[in-house]
Write a new protein. Structure first.
Length: 61
């Protein structure tokens, strides 16, 4: 039978590894935009792209 210290070390290592995996899973969940979000500003397919709004320079307007 393993000593209590060895059991504790193993349990701690497992918990740390699981926490790291959980953290990475949470980060990866929304790491990239969906297709719709990525191309939302391009307009509908087959239609001209929406005009880009330009800001007027200060004092020139």
């Amino acid at each position: 039978m393993a000593s209590f210290t060895q059991v504790t070390k193993r349990r701690r290592a497992i918990r740390r590894r699981n926490r790291g995996a959980d953290r990475k899973r949470r980060q990866a969940k929304r790491s990239t935009l969906s297709y719709e979000e990525l191309f939302a500003g391009c307009g509908e397919p087959g239609q001209p792209a929406p005009a880009v709004a330009t800001k007027a320079a200060p004092g020139k307007g």
